[in-house]
Design a protein around this ligand. Structure first.
Ligand SMILES: [Zn+2]
Length: 395
């Protein structure tokens, strides 16, 4: 059975005829259609198109989703499939499971276990594009450590790189660290030479420390504007230092809460769309009804306002943002067409992370695209995520 769909390219608006074939019907997980051919439409009248086509959303910071916590030691294949299916439903076709700070041996056990689970199923293999370790090499100072437990933080060493490599092999790995940790610059240089992507975050680094890490190969700042104390020196603070550091890209959480609209707009103006990409930093409560959820040891509450609160604290503990909802909120906040913010959440993360010196040999590639209803204004519903092969990719 073949489906023929007329779709407009999300950036050029040009109409194309898509030939879709049924993909693998997974035992658990969605039936995915596969883009088999992509041709310019004979009839250029775009009114007859039924949808937009865009690359699937890419999220390199997923702590949990759809009621499933990736920090949990009781995760199994059915729960990992549930998480992947929920992300897929919400427009994300490629993501990095993210492990936050814990005792190092426990983090490595979790990583090894998730890696084994990923290999067990074609759907998890296709959805999981790499691994993100956010910690334990972060600032342990109040306000900077955020929801991470400072007790388990430590300085990065070459032995840590070996331990991760022994588990992940040739998989892409992103490590977020604080440049002020002793050994961070040497670690960055070595990690990048081993093919890792290094990002900076949960940090109060000096301008020199930031620059040294960028020279050593660090690519971006993780969730810029967050993981900083409520009260900062108005001039001498890490946000200005990061904005002043050339060559440093950044990820942003566009949920309207982590970054108020004027802050998001200002960062956008200063850094520019070439250097920014979006992430949800989602935890288990994203893509799930409001209620209590866990991030490892931490119990958090997701309210009806979709804000994730650590009980008794003003800290945010990840977000409950769905990726396609982030596209909509960012477009509203930045007063941009949704196509621009979709690009910042799909093509931009891969373009920026592929610039990381050692990644050029084996670039990250998006295996999926999305069919998006033509409805105006954009809403994050009715999106269909489908497989595409490099040979038929319109992007
Ligand atoms: Zn964080």
């Amino acid at each position: 059975m073949t489906r023929v769909v007329e779709a407009r390219h999300y950036l050029t608006g040009l109409k194309h005829s898509l030939e879709l074939q049924p993909g693998t019907e997974y035992h658990a997980g969605p039936l995915e259609w596969r883009l088999a051919a992509w041709n310019p439409a004979h009839n250029a009248n775009s009114n007859s198109a039924s949808c937009w086509i865009a690359p699937a959303l890419v999220d390199v910071q997923i702590n949990g989703y759809g009621g499933v916590d990736l920090q949990s030691d009781s995760i199994d294949l059915s729960r990992l499939l549930k998480l992947c299916a929920a992300l897929h439903r919400d427009g994300c076709g490629f993501f990095f499971p993210t492990l936050i700070t814990d005792e190092w041996p426990r983090m490595m056990r979790r990583l090894a276990f998730l890696k084994r689970l990923r290999e067990e199923h074609p759907f998890t293999r296709g959805m999981i594009g790499g691994w993100h370790l956010e910690g334990p090499f972060l600032s342990d100072r109040p306000g900077f450590h955020g929801a991470h437990n400072p007790r388990f933080m430590q300085d990065p060493t070459p032995a840590h790189i070996e331990a991760v490599k022994a588990i992940t092999g040739h998989d892409p790995v992103l490590i977020t660290l604080a440049p002020e940790r002793p050994g961070a610059v040497e670690f960055t240089r070595l990690a990048v030479s081993e093919g890792f992507i290094v990002c900076l975050g949960h940090t109060d680094a000096s301008i020199e420390q930031l620059r040294e890490c960028v020279q050593a190969g660090a690519t971006a700042v993780t969730h810029l504007g967050n993981a900083v104390p409520q009260n900062l020196h108005r001039h001498d603070n890490v946000l200005w230092r990061i904005l002043d550091t050339e060559g440093l890209s950044a990820s942003l959480i566009p949920d309207g809460v982590h970054l108020p609209d004027p802050v998001l707009r200002s960062i956008w103006r200063i850094k520019g769309s070439d250097r920014l990409f979006f992430t949800t930093d989602a935890m288990a409560g994203a893509g799930a009804p409001p209620g209590r959820h866990r991030i490892g040891h931490l119990e958090v509450e997701v309210g009806s306002d979709r804000i994730v609160r650590e009980p008794g604290s003003s800290n945010f503990a990840g977000s409950a943002l769905e990726p396609a909802k982030g596209v909509q909120l960012a477009a509203e906040a930045l007063k941009l067409p949704w196509q621009e913010t979709w690009r910042a959440f799909s093509e931009a993360p891969l373009r920026i992370l592929n610039k990381s010196p050692a990644r050029t040999a084996k670039p990250l590639a998006n295996p999926r695209c999305c069919l998006i209803p033509l409805a105006q204004p954009f809403t994050p519903s009715g999106i269909e995520t489908i497989l595409m092969e490099a040979s038929t990719s319109p992007f």
